[in-house]
Every structure is written in structure tokens, then in C-alpha cells.
Design a protein around this ligand. Structure first.
Ligand SMILES: [Zn+2]
Length: 128
């Protein structure tokens, strides 16, 4: 399995989203997974779902779960569409909630970790 196929599968990407590149930096132990919406000129408005023309694309970054202890970041050229009713808005991406800088998988992991943490540990100190 190639790196693009691997991340396509683990991120659950479907058309039009496609991985265009995977960059590995051994020096910084970081991976960047580059994603674009390919082969489309129209996408749904994030507010009403109306099929709308792509206005432009802007680069956005999301922190994802580590890959074998390598910090992993999603870098995407995310389309903004011009809806006749709602104007220009960024489309919804399948890996993260609108406005978040973390992928849904990262947020789910972090919330689960926080729920499992033992908040009674003495080294956390007290507010008294
Ligand atoms: Zn709309």
C-alpha cells in the first residue's frame, strides 16, 4: 500500500477529496498530508447545500493523530463556494468540524484521554 492510499483509507476520503502529496521530515519527525478537492468546479454550500460554484481555494491546516510518533498535519487547499443566497463560504471538510484546527479523530482522542485521566492525582495541585 502506498502512502497516499494509506492516508486515503485511514482518513476515509472519498471523491472529490484526494491526497496530492505526503511529505515526511525525519529531522523534525513530522508528516504533512496534502489534500485537495480535485476535478470539481462546484460543491455544496455549507449552509443550505445548494450546488455552488467554487470561488477560490485557501490553505488550511489541521493537527491530526500522530503516525508512529511522527507529528501529523493535514494541509488542504479548501474551496470556498459562492452561494446565490449565502455568499462566499468555505465548504465542509470530511475530516474536521468547521472552524476547528484539529481533525475530528484528534479531538475524539483528546476528549477520551481527558475523560480517562485521574484528576485526583496529588501533583496537579489544588486551587485552595
Ligand atoms: Zn447557501
Amino acid at each position: 500500500m502506498q502512502d497516499r492510499d494509506l492516508y486515503t483509507t485511514v482518513l476515509g476520503l472519498v471523491v472529490p477529496w484526494a491526497i496530492t502529496n505526503v511529505e515526511l521530515s525525519t529531522g523534525t519527525q513530522a508528516i504533512e498530508v496534502h489534500i485537495e478537492a480535485t476535478g470539481v468546479s462546484r460543491m455544496p454550500c455549507p449552509i443550505c447545500g445548494a450546488d455552488s460554484a467554487i470561488y477560490d481555494r485557501r490553505e488550511r491546516r489541521w493537527r491530526h493523530l500522530d503516525t508512529c510518533e511522527y507529528s501529523t498535519t493535514i494541509v488542504a487547499q479548501v474551496p470556498r463556494v459562492r452561494c446565490d443566497e449565502h455568499g462566499v463560504h468555505q465548504v465542509v471538510v470530511p475530516w474536521g468540524e468547521p472552524g476547528s484546527r484539529y481533525t475530528a479523530a484528534f479531538e475524539t482522542f483528546a476528549i477520551g484521554w481527558l475523560r480517562e485521566d485521574d484528576w485526583s492525582r496529588p501533583w496537579l495541585g489544588s486551587c485552595d
